[in-house]
Design a protein around this ligand. Structure first.
Ligand SMILES: Cc1cc2nc3c(=O)[nH]c(=O)nc-3n(C[C@H](O)[C@H](O)[C@H](O)COP(=O)(O)O)c2cc1C
Length: 342
């Protein structure tokens, strides 16, 4: 996808110019690996964002960071960078683009102490002058679209997302994503979609709303309350990478055709096999466990015994057999139809 296609997708226009609010797969560190992103995109996500990549590590040529920034077969390929110093952020952005990134997203929302302790992620919302220097460095380093993902603020006494978004717009960034919580909330409470409206009203660039969206109905409510151009889906897509495309179809007014159990099983197996190929058997099996558990739980088709074997086996052939069983021989509940709150 060219830069222009990505920019119009963020603004809510599809390839034929029809109205189509963007629905993105969120960056989830340790989760949204190359294969999950490929699946989500093929199944209709407007765009998918890589796990955060530590800019300083990528700039040093660290192998694990290169795997996180991998985007073969993904278009647009959006790489999210995390860091606190402008020069390595700019250098990492140049490297990511040289390796095929179509766009760069900057992490100013991560609440983890390991990240904020290094003055990265949401810690940047405590010093907007410094945050702006970082945005300017990345903007100046690459010619592709640059976006920033933030929270509402550090805490409820400093809800400065509108201010940060204004600075981003003035510096030439192309969009912002806002998770409707403060850093001090971590993941507690409910995301406040209506609080995102203050950001929407402050800028002309597209604002993507994020936090706690698990269904098409919730996506509609979020858009109504926030006034945002589109939505970003994170945790609800784990074990259900097709959810992002289903919500995108629904918001665009197209028929939502749920994937058949056979197609869901094939997608989950493709994801698992891709991880084994990407990381090698030993590490691939370990990395895949969280996905296997999520697939089993999303479809709910395995007995407790089979679920335990699925997430503990070191034999890929057995994992694939059990994964297919989770979808094709459901012993438990069925997946709720889309649109009903999960
Ligand atoms: C396990 C996990 C990893 C995450 N990793 C990142 C990340 O790498 N970059 C980022 O900007 N946000 C990250 N987030 C935040 C999500 O992108 C998202 O903003 C948050 O989960 C709220 O959306 P949701 O309710 O749809 O999941 C992470 C969240 C979780 C739960």
């Amino acid at each position: 996808m060219t830069r222009d296609h990505y920019l119009s997708a963020l603004r809510g226009t599809d390839d034929r110019g029809a109205e189509s609010p963007p629905v993105l797969l969120a960056p989830l560190s340790g989760v949204t690996d190359l294969h999950m992103r490929r699946l989500a995109q093929r199944l209709g996500a407007s765009a998918v964002v890589s796990e955060m990549v530590a800019a300083a590590e990528l700039a040093k040529g660290d192998a694990e960071s290169q795997v996180r920034a991998e985007g073969a077969g993904i278009s647009p390929h959006v790489v999210q960078l995390a860091g606190c110093a402008p020069a390595p952020m700019a250098e990492a952005a140049r490297i990511a683009v040289a390796n095929g990134a179509d766009a760069i997203d900057i992490n100013m929302g991560c609440p983890a102490k390991t990240v904020t302790g290094g003055e990265s992620g949401s810690a940047l919302m405590r010093d907007l002058d410094h945050a702006a220097r970082l945005l300017a460095a990345v903007r100046g380093a690459v010619a592709v679209p640059v976006t920033v993902k933030m929270r509402l603020g550090w805490d409820h006494a400093s809800l400065n997302a509108p201010d940060l978004a204004c600075r981003a717009e003035a510096l030439g960034l192309n969009g912002v994503t806002v998770h409707g919580r403060t850093r001090q909330q971590f993941y507690k409470g409910r995301a406040d979609w209506s609080a995102i409206r203050a950001v929407v009203e402050a800028v002309g660039i597209p604002v993507i709303a994020n936090g706690d969206i698990t269904s098409l109905d919730e996506a509609r409510v979020c858009l109504r309350e926030s006034g945002a151009a589109g939505v970003m889906i994170g945790r609800a897509a784990v074990g259900r990478p097709w959810l992002v495309g289903e919500i995108a179809a629904g918001l665009a007014g197209r028929a939502v055709v749920p994937l058949s159990a056979e197609a869901r099983a094939a997608a989950a197996c493709e994801h698992y096999e891709g991880l084994i190929a990407l990381y090698g058997a030993a590490m691939g099996v370990r990395h895949a466990r969280k996905h296997l558990a999520a697939y089993a739980d999303a479809d709910g088709g395995l007995s407790a015994d089979d679920r335990r074997r699925l997430v503990t086996t070191t034999d890929p052939a057995e994992a694939l057999r059990l994964l297919r069983r989770a979808f094709l021989e459901p012993a438990g509940r069925a997946t709720p139809p889309l649109g009903e709150a999960a």
